[in-house]
Design a protein around this ligand. Sequence first.
Ligand code: FES
Ligand SMILES: [Fe+2]
Length: 361
Amino acid sequence: MSSSTTTGDARTSAEAPPASEFREPPREAWYCARSAGSLAPGAMASVTVLGDQIVIGRTKAGRLFALRDRCPHRGAPLSGGQFDGTAITCPFHGWRFGADGRCQAMPTLVDGDVTDPGQVKVGEFPVRESDGIIWLYMGAGLAEAPPVPALTLAGATRCRVAVSVLVEASYDLCVLSLIDPGHVGYVHNSWWWRPTATAREKIKDFEPLPFGFRMKAHKAAANSRGYRLLGRPQTEVDFLLPGQRIERIRMGERSIINATFATPIDARRTLLTNVLLSDLPQLMPLAPLIGWAGRAFLRQDQRILELAQQGLERKPTMLLLGQADRLGQWYFRLKRDYAAARHEGKAFSNTLAPERLRWRT
Ligand code: FES
Ligand SMILES: [Fe+2]
């Protein structure tokens, strides 16, 4: 999406980001590709991230790999071929590729053909498994990039639920929804979470993180049934580049981590993945209910984001107004500064300052 934004807030109007920031999400970032449990040893799958088709797989020995899903011979998708747990055979002419992308065999060659199959290689992408998620890295300069987020619990994981919804909307629009207090009372107004007409003024303290910002620990909202059920615990929310919201809800020694990750599939489609992890044993039997609620939440976002995307396609401008939209402004600023640092080959440094924000939700 190519669009522009206007900030109506006098204090921050000078920070209105240029239209270029609404363009591509960074390639130099880890993106959530899929849930690790869905990729057994000996399996492979095709995923699209930033418009690139990639085949990810796990060898029988357990090694994860990610290769460009395009045979260098004549372009067939390797994910459409056979994977024997060690190598992929292309469905078109049977070239065989190892998990490192190197060609091992070209069955049509005969003695005297000079070609060495080992000279042909499919592009590899860094891939990592962490907290039950497969992460893909799409760019160069891995060392300077934001790390894969750590979803660390104090105790053993007793409950883990992951749900994904594909949204027909741009990456920026979807990422803004992760840090948009204003939509909660309107979009997530189910009776079981936050009924309408309960809005009240909130005060939140923020501090910068190396690649994002943190809403400091505070008592969870009293006008949310979900939090009241948990006894209004302490909660802290991190937002991290490229588009990750990680909420930590603490109840004494135990905690719940509720994380949402945005993955840019292409210019118009974004995958939203919600992962809930907890070391609370009581949550284990509730996993199906948690999965249902997580999906219901993402579908509520999906419906409104797809409608807003259509509006932005008719006129690609946004107004970011007031303190409730400050987090959205911070996102664009972080994204712009990160892109500039990578462009100039410099280390990224976060220029956000601690701030107290107020809004009504
Ligand atoms: S296209 Fe893959 S072997 Fe020919
Ligand atoms: Fe939402």
